[in-house]
Ligand binder design. Structure first.
Ligand code: BTN
Length: 256
């Protein structure tokens, strides 16, 4: 059995000003996202909620996030500064890009981000992010598969343990990600879209690929060319015309 999550251990490795200034560890919760919303008035900006297990962990499009006890990192961060729809799509993407960058610097396995929010290794998903707004606060939820074995994961998912064969202490791993995320949030604040686009160019799994995307209304096909200023995806269709996919209208995206 790998080490339990432990706020004191996490703090040992944290070098942040804001993220993790308040840490709440839950052994079991329905969803750390729900907990954050319910207790918002008692939570600082930068508060970190972590759970050893979730009974109703959720992902985008109402999907379930498998949250086996003691094996993964299931967290929500509370960001209380004024947030807009622009921040919602930019931060969803930033949280994933930052995680891919952090994991890549540590493991060198080829971590990429499948727009808008999946962290993948090839076709397998290892992490996902979910940004939600509640009473003007942004709740950033992140799930990372760390020590799960094959039976503890859904299809087409992987974990760090499955990739390296070694169990990982989640405390320094989590702190290392928060250190990275805070640095990248600050760069996004200072440089805006230019920073996000640069990161996306380095870590996008879809750049220059032919994809099929499903929205509420359409099935769209095209080659991924660019990241738009608001965190959308710009594609070139078969007839040579460009079109944009917005985060809020996307239902599914896959390689053609
Ligand atoms: C996705 O891949 O669609 C997003 C997954 C986000 C999962 C995390 S786990 C912690 C937080 N609590 C939840 O219920 N969901 C997020």
């Amino acid at each position: 059995m790998s080490a339990e999550l432990n706020p004191r251990e996490i703090k040992k490795y944290l070098r942040t000003q804001s993220l993790g200034n308040q840490i709440i560890l839950l052994k079991e919760v329905d969803s750390t996202q729900n907990y954050a919303k319910l207790h918002l008035s008692d939570l600082n900006t930068g508060a970190l909620l972590i759970a050893e297990s979730q009974t109703q962990g959720r992902g985008r499009w109402g999907r379930k996030w498998h949250s086996v006890y003691g094996k993964g990192i299931y967290l929500s961060l509370v960001l209380k500064d004024a947030f807009s729809p622009l921040a919602l799509s930019q931060l969803t993407l930033l949280a994933s890009l930052s995680l891919a960058k952090n994991l890549e610097s540590k493991y060198r396995l080829g971590f990429k981000v499948r727009w808008p929010n999946d962290v993948v290794l090839g076709k397998e998903k290892i992490a996902g992010t979910l940004a939600e707004i509640s009473l003007g606060a942004l709740i950033l939820g992140i799930g990372l598969n760390v020590n799960q074995n094959l039976q503890e994961l859904p299809d087409l998912a992987t974990s760090i343990f499955l990739q390296t064969g070694k169990e990982e202490d989640r405390n320094p791993l989590l702190a290392g990600y928060l250190n990275q995320l805070e640095e990248d949030l600050s760069s996004l604040q200072k440089q805006g879209h230019i920073f996000l686009r640069r990161l996306w160019f380095s870590f996008s799994s879809l750049k220059d690929k032919e994809v099929v995307a499903r929205t509420d209304q359409d099935l769209l096909e095209g080659k991924v060319e660019e990241l738009s200023w608001d965190g959308g995806l710009i594609l070139r269709g078969g007839m040579g015309y460009q079109f944009k996919l917005n985060l809020n209208e996307l239902k599914e995206i896959r390689l053609k």
